[in-house]
Write a protein that binds this ligand. Structure first.
Ligand code: ACO
Length: 426
């Protein structure tokens, strides 16, 4: 095994070096404290690997993303979301037989306790759907309190199916709740994404007619969001699960982590930003100036990424899909032009060039969702639905590998020991 040497004062510490299957190199510092008394410091984990993983490979310098060895381009163009979900969770694409079995097993579990509706109905209609989704996901634990035995493959399969069956229903219900529509069940036997789409859009007063453009666009977006290695929400799912908290509780935490504007919440923030630019006379330069101003907290939403420092391969696919979907649906949305011009202006600006800031997955996705008549506040919910198999895959990997509880350290910079002074003497 290769070794790295760390020199500090008169000490030389040998550290193991781990090489990944794509020749990524990591220095194993897990014994550093025992060997030297020191820890490493890395706020935001900008340079820290938290685990070894076989799920997703990401090369930020070259814009490469692969799930279980399959390129994101190949999957987005040829696969369906349920196939990709199986691939992420189990490591292999399903055979036709396994795929059919999977769909029917999901259909079998696609019922919620009627009391879940009562919980949903107690939320104000104006509640943000991400808050509702996170809360309802947590509530499912109460209806099925048994925790998953990670050594029992059957029990694990059952738990994953329950999530794949029940979360889409919750997604459709939070969408319908906000619009005051009756809560619908569906039939996954018609196809996974087909059923999600139907559960969302079926109107009580009309015969539902499936629109293939809408189904295909949602399928592609869900695949593109399905995993992204150790991002904020996935790391959250892994760390919550590492305490041996249950699967539903871990996923609910992941949903909350995803909600933030710097993570999955960016898709909603992007569309709001583009609409604000439009309402402001499409003055793109003003927004670029604001984003560069260090005294202004404004950032160009949908720009920049912790890992991609060249381009985000998902953004490339989504940009093309946005064109195709708008064309196929016969929509002429000026927001798409604003987005493209913003990208062009930012790409010529030294501030964005120096910091390697490019459009990320969220920059064009909202334009597609808007064309599909999905309201802004539902964008991150759709992202959560897409990310679900990724979260499950990572939770499974972490628990089957019996990873230790996640518990970072710190460098304390507070007060030294002080004597307590009683309140009447302060
Ligand atoms: N607009 C303007 N400046 C930016 C932006 C942006 N969108 N993103 C980063 N910068 C600047 C920072 O101000 C910083 O500048 P400095 O070096 O002069 O201080 C530099 O670029 C590095 O930024 P960091 O925040 O240190 O980069 P980090 O890797 O921590 O953050 C992040 C990545 C959170 C994605 C950031 O680029 C951002 O806030 N983007 C906007 C929100 C967004 O689109 N999030 C979605 C990401 S994709 C996803 O999670 C699904």
């Amino acid at each position: 095994m290769k070794k790295a040497k760390l020199t500090f004062e008169d000490k030389v510490i040998d550290l193991d070096v781990i090489t990944g299957s794509e020749n990524e190199i990591g220095i194993d510092i897990s014994k550093l404290k025992i060997k030297s008394g020191m820890i490493t410091l890395d706020p935001g984990f900008k340079n820290t690997g938290s685990c070894e993983s076989k799920v997703t490979f990401l090369d930020g310098e070259n814009g490469i993303l692969r799930y279980r060895g399959y390129s994101i381009e190949d999957l987005a163009n040829n696969a369906d979301f349920l196939e990709v979900s199986y691939l992420l969770i189990y490591g292999e694409l399903p055979t036709k037989k396994k795929y059919r079995q999977l769909l029917s097993d999901i259909q079998e579990r696609s019922v919620l306790d009627e009391d879940v509706k009562k919980i949903l109905e107690t939320f104000p209609r104006s509640a943000h759907p991400m808050g509702m989704l996170s809360c309802l996901t947590s509530s499912l634990v109460a209806f099925d309190p048994s925790s998953v035995d990670v050594n029992d493959e059957e029990e694990m399969y059952d738990a994953f199916l329950n999530l794949l069956a029940k979360i889409p229903i919750l997604v459709a219900w939070v969408f319908r709740r906000r619009r005051g529509l009756p809560l619908e069940y569906g039939d996954f036997g018609q196809g996974y994404v087909e059923n999600v789409t139907k559960m969302m859009f079926k109107m009580p007063n009309k015969k539902y007619v499936e629109n293939k453009v809408v189904v295909n666009a949602i399928n592609k977006l869900l695949i593109l969001h399905a995993d992204h290695e150790q991002n904020c929400s996935t790391s959250t799912v892994r760390i919550v699960g590492s305490s041996q908290a249950g699967l539903f509780a871990s996923i609910s935490s992941g949903i909350s982590a995803l909600w933030g504007r710097l993570h999955g919440g960016a898709n909603q923030a992007v569309l709001e930003m583009l609409e604000a630019i439009q309402n402001n006379g499409s003055n793109i330069s003003e927004y670029i100036k604001k984003a560069k101003d260090k005294n202004d907290s404004f950032r160009l939403m949908g720009f920049g990424h912790r890992v991609y420092k060249n381009f985000d391969p998902r953004a490339k696919i989504i940009k093309k899909a946005a064109h195709d979907v708008l064309y196929d649906l016969g929509i002429d949305d000026p927001i798409l032009e604003i987005a493209k011009n913003l990208e062009i202006e930012a790409s010529k600006d030294q501030y964005f060039i120096d910091r390697k800031l490019y459009p990320n997955v969220d920059f064009y996705s909202g334009i597609i969702y808007k064309a599909l008549k999905i309201p802004n506040e539902m964008f991150t919910v759709m992202f959560a639905l897409g990310r679900l198999p990724g979260w499950i895959a990572h939770w499974r990997e972490m628990r089957t590998k019996k990873e230790p509880i996640g518990r970072p350290r710190q460098i304390y910079t507070g007060e030294k020991l002080r004597e307590f002074i009683s309140i009447d003497k302060r």
